[in-house]
Design a protein around this ligand. Structure first.
Ligand code: NAD
Ligand code: UDP
Length: 312
């Protein structure tokens, strides 16, 4: 039985990861400060003999004995990571240093949850791992983008300097059940607005694109990366290459919910990337991974989830 630390384990992705790793027979330490995560996401795991919850802020050191670490602690929605940007970059940098300290001391394998945001507003499309990105270092998104880039740098330097077994996964927009109602990211915003009959807030003209991955596919990719050979450490893109404009997404959500909501065009926030789509050739070749759940199918699950929780 492996003892696995999941930082950010009470968040959207972290809770799915804890659940899946627990099902596979591992002993899970879920660490979270509940900034954007919630106890509700993991309430069904509480009381399991191999599940342990620690309320802790990863910007502070912590001493744990583990075999593997998934470092997911960090607010992921622009609304939340821009709420306290200094805290966001601290979480990324000091958080990475603290988990790398654990990995170095215990010889644990560690995966950093990085992001497609390291590519910034890309002038290479689709984005391959070899592309170094086009990030504004002083903009409102840089606390997150540059924080994640610094975390990648730390992963690579601990690998080269201290022989820590680090791995980097670059996650592209992922959605699904357990996104918080106040999360603020596009899929949950649109579904909630549609279900409540409110206007759908499309920022800009709606022609910018994103590629949406369902959470179960993403978790599968993360675990495959952890279980891959030590000679493959990434970075590797994990995402669904199906590319949609934000306007297309808005229309799909309106249609699938049967909503009478109208589209309300609002100003585009600064540095909002115009296009994003992962090249997943590396994940296919090295991990035998590709997403199985198309957007329409994942949206059905996600819409049902929000229907249920908005009723309660
Ligand atoms: P989320 O906001 O639901 O989860 C983040 C979790 O980290 C929350 O439970 C939060 O309370 C916790 N957290 C934040 N700061 C912390 C701190 N200082 N100490 C301890 N815990 C802290 O977001 P998510 O979508 O589940 O994202 C999880 C990870 O995946 C993040 O690192 C994010 O950057 C990365 N990621 C997600 C996506 C996506 O589309 N979902 C895309 C790219 C990268
Ligand atoms: N967006 C939107 N309306 C919303 C929320 C987001 O039009 O209510 C847009 C946002 O401007 C961006 C895209 O949807 O172009 C994806 O935004 P999200 O916050 O989900 O993630 P990002 O990829 O920007 O980090």
């Amino acid at each position: 039985m492996k003892r696995i630390l999941v930082t950010g384990g009470a968040g959207f992705l972290g809770s799915h990861l804890c659940e899946r790793l627990l099902k596979e027979g591992n002993d899970i330490v879920c660490l979270d400060n509940f900034f954007t995560g919630s106890k509700k996401n993991i309430s069904h795991l509480m009381g399991h003999p191999h599940f342990e919850l620690i309320r802790h802020d990863i910007t502070n050191p912590i001493y744990l004995e583990v075999d593997e670490i998934y470092n997911l602690a960090c607010p992921a929605s622009p609304v939340h990571y821009q709420f306290n940007p200094i805290k966001t970059i601290k979480t990324n940098v000091m958080g990475a240093i603290n988990v790398l300290g654990i990995a170095k001391r215990t010889k644990a394998k560690i995966i950093q949850a990085s992001t497609s945001e390291v590519y910034g507003d890309p002038d290479v499309h689709p984005q391959t791992e070899s592309y170094w990105g086009r990030v504004n270092p002083i903009g409102i998104r840089s606390c997150y983008d540059e924080g994640k880039r610094a975390a990648e740098c730390l992963m690579m330097d601990y690998r080269r300097q201290n022989s820590v077994n680090t791995k980097i996964v670059r996650i592209f927009n992922t959605y699904g059940p357990r996104m918080a109602v106040n999360d603020g990211r596009v899929v949950s915003n649109f579904i909630i607005q549609a279900l409540q009959g409110k206007n759908i807030t499309v920022y800009g003209d709606g022609n910018h694109t994103r590629s949406f991955c369902y959470c179960d596919d993403l978790i599968d990719g993360l675990i495959r990366m952890m279980n891959s050979g030590d000679d493959f450490y990434g970075p590797v893109n994990i995402g669904n290459p199906g590319e949609f404009t934000i306007l297309q997404l808005a229309r799909m959500v309106i249609e699938m919910t049967g909503s009478c909501s109208e589209i309300d065009f609002q100003p585009l926030p600064s540095d909002d990337p115009a296009q994003r789509k992962p090249d997943i050739t590396l994940a296919e070749n090295k991990l035998g991974w590709k997403p199985k759940i198309p957007l329409e199918e994942g949206l059905v699950q996600t819409i049902q989830y929000f229907r249920d929780i908005l009723k309660t």
